[in-house]
Design a binder for this molecule. Structure first.
Ligand code: SF4
Length: 252
């Protein structure tokens, strides 16, 4: 690893640890108070968090994460008692009328129904059993991957949110990868950590190379840098805490 890469990694890890060690607070998933209360209630509605993860594909995250709340308004609650009685046809109707809750209602209603049934059969209606036995990070990621339609990106994102935001204890964090979205890929490129056209996999493996103990720890710092300062056009380098080590800024 080059000297500057080590410095960059150290700063990102340091900020990641500050965020990781900060006290638990309510996560702003949607910007809608009632929807966020439901998603943050892992004690009574852990399945809301899981079902939102299952919905989080091919639409904006905020739109996906609000689906459990919108669903609860339609059926008059969000208990597993209510949800597990729903047939695939009923889930499709609830998800498609009067307005579609997802861009791909056909497919996503099947995945929603399938996830409810899996929580019922495999976890006795208690989705918190996915993470409550202090599992390894690999085990948690694997358990999310077992849900139809959930790929590595969502599975590691879910594990990262559980560990970082909900302070759920795991025995290790090796399998929590960085979520290589557009912000993180841009920041990695500008920090000289990968090429401009790096694939998602390259960014993931670069993060693993930099900090194998917990690659996903750099996720939130990079995401914040991308949202706040490292904008696609006209990055605000003067305000960015990486500017002492950022090759893009230093070679301007
Ligand atoms: S210093 Fe500028 S280019 Fe570098 S990461 Fe920060 S905002 Fe992006």
């Amino acid at each position: 690893m080059e000297v500057n890469e080590i410095k960059i990694k150290n700063i990102l890890v340091e900020h990641g640890k500050i965020l990781f060690d900060s006290p638990k607070s309510s996560v702003n998933f949607t910007g809608i108070a009632k929807a966020d209360i439901l998603l943050n209630d892992l004690s009574d509605y852990p399945h809301a968090f899981v079902l939102a993860c299952v919905m989080d594909r091919q639409i904006k995250a905020e739109k996906a994460w609000i689906i459990p709340f919108k669903f609860s308004e339609k059926v008059g609650g969000f208990s597993m008692e209510i949800l597990k009685q729903l047939t695939p046809k009923q889930v499709y109707q609830l998800m498609s009328q009067p307005e579609p809750l997802h861009r791909f209602v056909d497919k996503m209603s099947i995945l929603f129904h399938s996830a409810i049934q899996k929580i019922n059969k495999d976890y006795g209606d208690d989705a918190s059993r996915i993470w409550s036995d202090k599992p390894s990070s690999a085990e948690v990621v694997y358990r999310f991957l077992e849900f139809d339609g959930v790929g590595p990106k969502i599975a590691t994102m879910a594990a990262n949110i559980l560990a970082r935001d909900f302070k759920i204890p795991f025995t290790d964090y090796y399998s929590i990868d960085i979520s290589a979205d557009v912000h993180i890929r841009r920041v990695f490129y500008r920090l000289g950590l990968c090429s401009q056209n790096a694939t998602v996999e390259q960014v993931i493996y670069k993060a693993r190379t930099l900090y194998p103990e917990f690659p996903g720890l750099m996720d939130l710092p990079c995401w914040e840098i991308g949202r706040k300062w490292c904008k696609p056009q006209n990055p605000l380098c003067g305000d960015c805490y990486m500017n002492d080590v950022c090759p893009t800024f230093l070679t301007k």
